[in-house]
Write a protein that binds this ligand. Structure first.
Ligand code: MSP
Length: 531
């Protein structure tokens, strides 16, 4: 059986991970977890990009050997995955032997086929982007855009990959595969890019200028261009007997940021694969950027938010919730610490956290700690069940369409509705009545709030797996093996013994703020309503 294979971009290790890196991992993890819950076998790869000029320069600045520098910084990226509860199956580093061997094998294959040739290059070069520039890259006033940093004119002999020869093939491929890029409007960008003639790709750097890279197998005086090296991670991690393992390849999704869609992932990568006789990826998912006051968050602009500060203060699930709830996949989103705290307090501490406490408290107070069976179905129950039916009908198509922010939003509308149901039923009033009909309503209300909480907890599972587990455990419940069987309204909780209480989203300890980023001290979430 073929696994659902998905990957993140591999991060440059020339600095510490920031919110943008964290988002990509969380988004990919949500897809991975969702697919596993839907019954797919999943293979999830992430990792780090360790070669190239940027890393060499950062290591020099620190006065240490690049390998040692990579060994140290890659640990931060691994730690990030652990802290964010990322369920990756593999973590690749481009300095690993398994990766370097495949890069060299493919370079040799392409060289032998005549897809790589040597030529003299004269032109402009951006060290920051490790890229050769063309006249069309200049601004209207003739200067170079700031993203290129210092631009120098150089003349050197290099190796080139025959990209140009595959332009027509790629155009045809995109016509036949309209859903190659998600969101679809980004595919148009690729098509636009291909309207201009492609240049062959310079895939080497002379060692005297850049040492930190994979030597070309056919000319050891050169190292491999970092993008040519990095893209290959997606197959070197699953390499088996001279080809990507067919249990995983072709990949179902490469999850990447919109900045690295064109040309690396949408042009170089499919062409590299085609030239090597390997199938192209099934799809690319290009997400948007996290911005700070309208500017892209990045290491170089110094406006990066350290995800670990937020995770340390609010917990992994709260952080994951915020990222997924706030970003419509594909579009940009502005990060604001204040807004983070508002969401934390309102959605998580007040709506969900209070609901859990009210349910546990009332089951203990009026049901002796055991969830009773529902006995009646009146208007309040019917309304809530109808809303669940609607939420359930919308949820799966939204997730399938990668609209996780909307799936979460609908789930939290349901959470609010459970709270409203409790207000309407007012079990604390029913508890005072000695009428048999009110006692039946009281038991029904306890059963209904517990069951609806179980269901809401089931739907937040891909995004907040730890929270789901805690809520189910507090309800004395162990979910069955088939997730979809957990979705319908049921009587599964009848007779379950609940815990005394559960503090899911406590007031965070004030922490030392990260530069310009950490939230002001959050307000105390409202105390759980006792009913
Ligand atoms: N090393 C290359 C990728 C090679 S993949 C074969 C690279 N690294 S990166 O560290 O600069 O970026 C890694 C990922 O993080 C990219 O997908 C990038 O788009 C994403 N993000 C970096 N900053 C971001 C934001 N501010 N917001 C969201 N994601 C962004 O590019």
């Amino acid at each position: 059986m073929k696994s659902f294979y998905l990957t993140t971009a591999i991060d440059y290790v020339n600095g510490s991970p920031h919110l943008g890196h964290a988002y990509e991992k969380v988004l990919t993890d949500v897809i991975a977890r969702y697919r596993r819950l839907m019954g797919d076998q999943v293979h999830f790869l992430t990792g780090v990009d360790e070669h190239g000029q940027k890393v060499q320069m950062s290591a020099r600045k620190k006065g240490i050997d690049p390998q040692q520098f990579c060994d140290e910084t890659s640990l931060e990226f691994r730690a990030l995955c652990t802290k964010l509860n990322i369920s990756n199956d593999d973590f690749i580093r481009t300095t690993e032997t398994r990766h370097k061997a495949v890069v060299r094998e493919l370079l040799q294959r392409l060289f032998d086929k005549g897809e790589i040739y040597r030529a003299e290059y004269k032109g402009f070069y951006s060290t920051r982007q490790e890229q050769f520039l063309q006249e069309k890259d200049r601004l209207p006033d003739g200067s170079w855009p700031e993203i290129y940093g210092e631009v120098t004119e150089i003349t050197e002999s290099n190796y080139f990959f025959r990209l140009k020869n595959y332009q027509e093939w790629l155009i045809g491929y995109l016509q036949e595969h309209e859903n190659f890029v998600f969101p679809r409007y980004r595919q148009k960008q690729v098509v636009e890019f291909l309207k201009e003639p492609l240049n062959d790709l310079c895939i080497s750097r002379p060692r005297e200028r850049l040492e930190w890279g994979i030597p070309l197998p056919f000319d050891e005086k050169y190292v491999t261009y970092v993008w040519f090296d990095a893209l290959i991670n997606y197959i070197s991690a699953i390499w088996k007997d001279g080809a990507p393992d067919p249990r995983f390849w072709p990949v179902d999704f490469h999850v990447i940021g919109k900045d690295i869609l064109v040309p690396p992932h949408a042009v170089y990568w499919p062409i590299m694969l085609k030239a090597c006789g390997i199938e192209p990826p099934k799809a690319l998912l290009a997400h948007g950027w996290w911005l700070q006051s309208g500017a892209k968050m990045s290491k170089s602009t110094g406006n990066a938010v350290n995800p670990l500060d937020l995770v340390g203060q609010f917990g992994a699930d709260a952080f994951r919730y915020y990222l997924i709830r706030e970003m419509n996949v594909g579009q940009d989103s502005d990060f604001s610490a204040e807004h983070f705290v508002i969401r934390y307090n309102s959605d998580l501490a007040n709506d969900l956290g209070n609901l859990v406490n009210r349910t546990l408290n009332m089951t203990n107070r009026f049901g002796g700690g055991v969830i009773p069976a529902a006995e009646v179905e009146e208007e309040p129950e019917k309304e809530l069940k109808d809303l669940w039916a609607k939420t359930q009908a919308e949820y799966t198509p939204l997730c399938e369409g990668l609209q996780f922010h909307s799936a979460l939003e609908r789930t939290f509308v349901f959470v609010k509705a459970i709270n409203a149901y409790i207000e309407k039923r007012a079990p604390w009033k029913l508890g005072k009545s000695t009428e048999a009909a009110d006692q039946a309503r009281l038991r029904t209300s306890l059963a209904t709030m517990a069951e609806s909480l179980r269901l809401a907890a089931t739907f937040i599972q891909p995004v907040m797996p730890g929270t789901t587990e805690k809520i189910h455990a507090a309800l004395g419940y162990k979910a069955g093996a088939v997730w979809r069987d957990e979705h319908p309204w049921s009587t599964k909780l009848d007779g379950c013994k609940v815990e005394q209480g559960l503090v899911l989203f406590p007031r965070p300890e004030p922490a030392a703020p990260a530069a310009g980023a950490a939230p002001a001290q959050p307000k105390q979430p409202k105390q759980p309503k006792q009913g």
